[in-house]
Design a protein around this ligand. Structure first.
Ligand code: TRP
Length: 343
């Protein structure tokens, strides 16, 4: 099949570390729900990636269920998309080994996320953390995914995935074996920033819980956090360009637009000339209203772990049914022994 006629197959992973926030919801989860309308989708909890840094064994499974529940609460439909834990589909780890032998040290040495995550004491980082992008390549290639929705920070890992796929196809003279995936990356303008600093991304690693809105936050907490969000003393302008240099104001206007489904220009048109004393309560209301059904559904699911487990189990079976044949074919291309293939 050629590139143009191949149906779109979407895959993405989310790490099971800490509670999800509004940035994850808008940046990833709602996008997943939209993509399932037009493409075959695979969304997994990246628990194999999580253990590249120490994890508490008594919490890992619960955190995996939490991410799955958040996907479902955001509208991912397990009848359309396969939702599963990465560790439940063996083909990811097995293909990762084969690709470790294709990827070059020099390529991994350039990965900026490893440099950031390993910090000053690189000697103490796990080998898994170093090889993390190769596992990510395996996640994608083992499904022959065509499109991968990820944040800006994952662009380099997607490029590496393409490099690994191309080298494997060339080395083994199997030009069509792996599909080179396209990233689906939203521009930095679509990013949700911290409520305390309009120049920093909303993040689960920010020590201040006031900096983010968690999907499990109650209505009152959401309203409080928005009222305390950092702003400036000016009124809102009537034109978008006038938000330049006002990172906090820009972020809150963007948030309003995302929550109400309007454009930023429409939001400004309505609030031009008003100060934050008027704008913040309005923003707090739309945000709390929009997230209320999501957090209600999330809390309902978290109280029903058996229901989540059924989704994960079924998702893993469907995913394995796609991944296993690709892995088997890859092993054949590499030339491994197979019973009965000697004649
Ligand atoms: N590394 C990704 C992140 O931190 C998570 C991830 C793992 C992923 N495997 C993937 C994303 C495969 C897309 C495709 O966001």
């Amino acid at each position: 099949m050629t590139e143009t006629t191949r149906p779109m197959r979407v895959l993405s992973g989310v790490q099971p570390s800490g509670a999800l926030h509004l940035g994850n919801y808008l940046g990833a989860l709602t996008k997943f729900a939209r993509l399932q309308e037009s493409a075959e989708c695979f969304f997994f909890v990246a628990d194999l990636h999580a253990i590249t840094v120490p994890q508490d064994p008594s919490k890992l499974a619960g955190q995996t269920r939490e991410i799955a529940a958040a996907m479902l609460a955001a509208g991912v439909d397990p009848l359309r998309a396969a939702v599963f834990p990465q560790s439940a589909v063996r083909a990811h780890a097995e293909l990762a080994w084969l690709l470790n032998c294709t990827a070059r040290l020099g390529w991994l040495d350039r990965m900026t996320q490893f440099k950031e995550k390993s910090g000053k004491d690189k000697e103490r980082a796990s080998v898994g953390l170093y090889s993390y992008p190769v596992l990510q390549a395996a996640d994608i290639l083992v499904y022959r995914a065509t499109h991968v929705p990820v944040g800006e920070d994952q662009k380099q890992h997607l490029e590496l995935t393409r490099d690994i796929a191309a080298k494997f196809n060339t080395d083994f003279k199997a030009p069509d074996h792996f599909i080179l995936p396209e990233p689906l990356i939203e521009g930095p303008g679509a990013r949700v920033m911290s409520l305390r600093d309009g120049r920093a991304k909303m993040s689960k690693s920010d020590p201040s819980d006031q900096s983010r809105i968690n999907l499990t936050d109650s209505r009152d907490v959401i309203i409080q956090k928005i009222k305390r969000a950092r702003t400036d003393p000016e009124v809102l302008p009537d034109r978008l360009e006038a938000l330049a240099g006002r990172a906090e104001a820009d972020n809150l206007v963007g948030l309003y637009a995302a929550m109400s489904g309007e454009t930023k220009a429409e939001v400004l048109h309505r609030f031009a000339g008003q100060g934050f004393g008027v704008f913040k309560p309005a923003l707090a209301e739309v945000t709390a209203d929009r997230l209320a059904p999501v957090s209600a559904q999330l809390n309902r699911l978290l109280a029903e772990p058996d229901e989540i487990d059924r989704v994960l189990q079924e998702g893993a079976e469907r995913a394995a049914a796609v991944a296993e044949p690709v892995l088997a074919e890859t092993k054949r291309v590499v030339g491994f022994w197979r019973a009965g293939a000697g004649t």
